[in-house]
Ligand binder design. Structure first.
Ligand SMILES: *Cc1c(COP(=O)(O)O)cnc(C)c1O
Length: 358
C-alpha cells in the first residue's frame, strides 16, 4: 500500500515532479546538458542565498559531506555534533584519515557559539563542520550566532550540513559565511533521493588546491574545475533524471510557491506539530532550538511507536521511530517539502484516534 510519508526523508514526491524523472535522456556532453546544470545552479543560488558556485553530485548528501571534509581540511577539522548526523562527519573524517576532533552537545541541546569559540581559539583547526538541522534530535542550531564566531577566524573553512532543512527554512549562506553548504534532494526540496547539492566558495577552492589527496569521485575541486572548463558539466555521467526533475521543482519552489511562502508554510506546520506534541507528549529538543522541518517527540506516554506506526501504515501514513538510541524513547514527525498543514492535521487526528483505541 502506498503511504503518505511523514518521515524525515525520503519524502512523498508530487506526481508532476515524479513524471519529470522519466524525461528521455540527452547526452551528458551536450550543450543541453550544460544548460540544464547551469539552470539548476542559478536557481539553487537563490535557494541557498549565495553567489558562489554550485556543485552537483550523483550521490546522496553523505557523499558531499565526505568530499567536503576531505577536500577542505589541511590541518585539522573541528566537528560539532548534536546527534547522529553530526557524528557522521567525524566518522567520515576517520574513514578518510582526516585529523579531526569531535565536540558533542548533550542530546536535545544545540551547539553553542561559546563551544565553537573555545575550540577555534586554540588555533588547531582549519575546518569547522556544523549541522544546521539535526534530524535525529529535531534541533535547529543557532547558526547565525555560530557564524559570527567563525568569521573571526578567516583561516577556518565553514562546512555546513543543511540536508534536512534547505528549501524549508531560510539559510542565508553568504551572509553567514558558509563555504560549503550541503543538501540532498529527498528532504525539504521534495525530490527522490540520489542527488546531492553544495555551494562551494572561492575560499573553499583555494583550500582544496592546497590539499593533496582529495579522493577522486568526491573531489570537490574536480567537480568545480569541470564546471569551469566544460561549461557546467559533470566529470562523469550524472543522474540526468534527477536533474530534469530538480530543475522543474526549483521553478515550482521559486515561482509557483515562492521561497517566503514556502518558509512560512514550514513554520506553520512546525508550530502546529509542536503545540500538538506539547499537548499529548513533550518536545525532545529544547523548544527555542526546535526544528521547522521535523519534530522529535518524547514518548512520555510509553506507547509502542512500532505498533502505532504499523496501525498508521494500515491507514496509509508513515512516521519515524526515534533514531538509534532514541528508538521508542522518541518518535519523529516530518513536516517538510510539499506537505501541507491540512495533511499534517489529518495525520495528527489519525494518531489521536489510534491512541484512543487502546
Ligand atoms: C538525511 C541526512 C543526512 C544524510 O543524507 P543522505 O542524503 O541520506 O546521505 C545527513 N545529515 C542530515 C541532517 C540528514 O537529515
Amino acid at each position: 500500500m502506498k503511504k503518505k510519508l511523514f518521515i524525515p526523508g525520503p519524502v512523498t514526491v508530487s506526481e508532476d515532479v515524479l513524471e519529470k524523472m522519466s524525461t528521455q535522456m540527452i547526452g551528458h556532453r551536450t550543450k543541453d546538458a550544460s544548460n540544464l546544470q547551469r539552470s539548476i545552479s542559478e536557481k539553487m543560488r537563490k535557494v541557498m542565498y549565495t553567489e558562489e558556485e554550485i556543485l552537483l553530485s550523483t550521490s546522496s548528501g553523505t557523499g558531499l559531506m565526505e568530499g567536503a571534509i576531505r577536500s577542505g581540511t589541511k590541518k585539522r577539522a573541528a566537528v560539532f555534533s548534536v546527534g547522529a548526523f553530526g557524528d557522521r562527519w567525524y566518522e567520515l573524517a576517520e574513514a578518510n584519515n582526516v585529523p579531526a576532533d569531535l565536540f558533542q552537545s548533550e542530546m536535545g541541546k544545540p551547539t553553542t557559539p561559546e563551544m565553537v569559540e573555545e575550540a577555534l581559539a586554540t588555533g588547531k583547526y582549519d575546518l569547522v563542520t556544523i549541522t544546521h538541522n539535526e534530524t535525529s534530535t529535531g534541533i535547529m542550531n543557532p547558526v547565525k550566532e555560530i557564524s559570527d564566531v567563525i568569521k573571526k577566524y578567516p583561516e577556518v573553512l565553514f562546512a555546513m550540513d543543511t540536508v534536512s532543512s534547505l528549501g524549508g527554512v531560510k539559510i542565508p549562506f553568504d551572509e553567514w559565511g558558509v563555504d560549503i553548504g550541503i543538501t540532498s534532494t529527498q528532504k525539504c526540496l521534495g525530490l527522490p533521493p540520489g542527488l546531492a547539492i553544495a555551494s562551494f566558495s572561492k575560499k573553499a577552492v583555494q583550500r582544496a588546491k592546497e590539499v593533496k589527496h582529495r579522493g577522486y569521485y568526491l573531489d570537490l575541486l574536480k567537480l568545480y574545475d569541470t564546471i569551469q572548463k566544460k561549461d557546467y558539466q559533470y566529470p562523469s555521467t550524472p543522474s540526468l533524471s534527477h536533474m530534469f526533475a530538480l530543475d522543474y521543482q526549483l521553478d515550482k519552489i521559486l515561482n509557483e510557491e515562492g521561497l517566503e511562502n514556502r518558509f512560512n508554510r514550514h513554520q506553520e506546520m512546525a508550530d502546529y506539530v509542536r503545540a500538538w506534541a506539547k499537548e499529548h507528549f513533550e518536545l525532545f529538543a529544547e523548544e527555542k532550538y526546535a526544528s521547522n522541518a521535523l519534530t522529535t517527540i518524547k514518548n512520555t506516554k510509553g506507547i509502542s511507536v512500532k505498533e502505532l506506526n504499523r496501525k498508521l501504515g494500515e491507514r496509509g501514513y508513515s512516521i519515524s521511530n526515534g533514531y538509534g538510541d532514541l528508538k521508542e524513547k522518541t518518535f519523529r514527525i516530518a513536516h517538510m517539502a510539499d506537505t501541507t498543514l491540512d495533511e499534517v492535521k489529518e495525520l495528527l487526528n489519525v494518531i489521536e484516534e489510534l491512541m484512543e483505541e487502546k
